[in-house]
Design a binder for this molecule. Sequence first.
Ligand code: XLS
Ligand code: NI
Ligand code: NI
Length: 438
Amino acid sequence: MEIFKNIGKIPYEGPASRNPLAFKFYDRDRVILGKKMSEHLPFAMAWWHNLGAAGTDMFGRDTADKSFGACRGTMEHARAKVDAGFEFMQKVGVEYFCFHDVDLVPEADDIKETNRRLDEIADYIVEKMNETGVRCLWGTANMFSNPRFMNGAGSTNSVDVYCFAAAQIKKALDLTVRFGGRGYVFWGGREGYETLLNTDVKFEQENIAALMKMAVEYGRSMGFKGDFYIEPKPKEPMKHQYDFDAATAIGFLRQYGLDKDFKMNIEANHAMLAGHTFEHDLRISAMNGMLGSIDANQGDYLLGWDTDEFPFDVYSTTMCMYEVIKAGGLTGGFNFDAKCRRPSYTYEDMFQSYVLGMDSFALGLIKAAKLIEDGRIDAFVKERYSSFECELGRKIRSGSATLTELAERADKMGAPALPGSGRQEYLESVVNQILFTE
Ligand code: XLS
Ligand code: NI
Ligand code: NI
């Protein structure tokens, strides 16, 4: 049964089109830097936002109807969401989806019953995947919504809750493997604290690492070849979360010997909450060989929380794609962890949001490729460090210089010359020139 009856397949019509339900920039087969746009940009639909979120906020109930013709909270509704999701992905041309366990079925009190429901829906999802060619980007377990996780999952003070979390991870990994997922995500939703007065930080971090280690062992034992991801976020829901940003998460992974199996899943809005730009966390991940996947959304500088808006800021998508291209692409993809605004409650808005998000990233890709081909930024950066291209510079770089020989050079030079202009304003004007000309 067709759910989005008045909406057909979203076509590419080009920059001059005024059709709201057509792509202006996302032309999936267009080749950029030797690869198709669709290969540069493996987009994914987030099950929870697109098929679940209905506009509720702290002050008001749902504005959108996401029942898809079924009674919510039933297995009939779970199936209707599968129907809606696959129809949506096909019409909008998105080839991947991401899910939490509890996005797929209503959760029962007893995990055995939840798991039975998950198996039932997984059969149906696999059927749809085979029919359509849609694939799974990553899966995860929701270990933050249920009251049992009020003190965290891996960081909980209750050994029973810790075991329950382990059981959920085990099942979510089973499903991810069954769906052929590229990755498995740990977003530490409540892995943090409200006050140090009641918290043993070391104990909690060690337990989180132990849980991750067990997940890796289990996943690898059953043939999961993909990446595990940490999705850093500094706060919300907790006041302080342990996976504060990419640098913190990478340090944690190295400390506990998890860095070979894990990469980062960087969310734009989370980077902003950590006081960083999106591209900062991408750069830190990439230079450590740990840029895995992206949660593609954007935040609002006037609001201090995770607003999960659809990407609109082309400066940001351009700088993102600049980092991604330079890193050689993602092993994961671009998951729209984003939701329509509360007053955007129609089916058409759901599609319109994806048109906006996909077009914003397509534009970002086109412009980032131009920045790289243009070469002025790269040339400037290279030149900026060129003073190290001397014998002593090479010794410093290779780690064989001594403090004494550097001091000898300083003794001979008098005052060093100023290190050269950073030319930020010039570089920004280059970006604008590329952004606003054909
Ligand atoms: C919440 C996170 C969440 C993860 C998956 O802020 O972004 O949606 O992506 O659990
Ligand atoms: Ni996310
Ligand atoms: Ni988020």
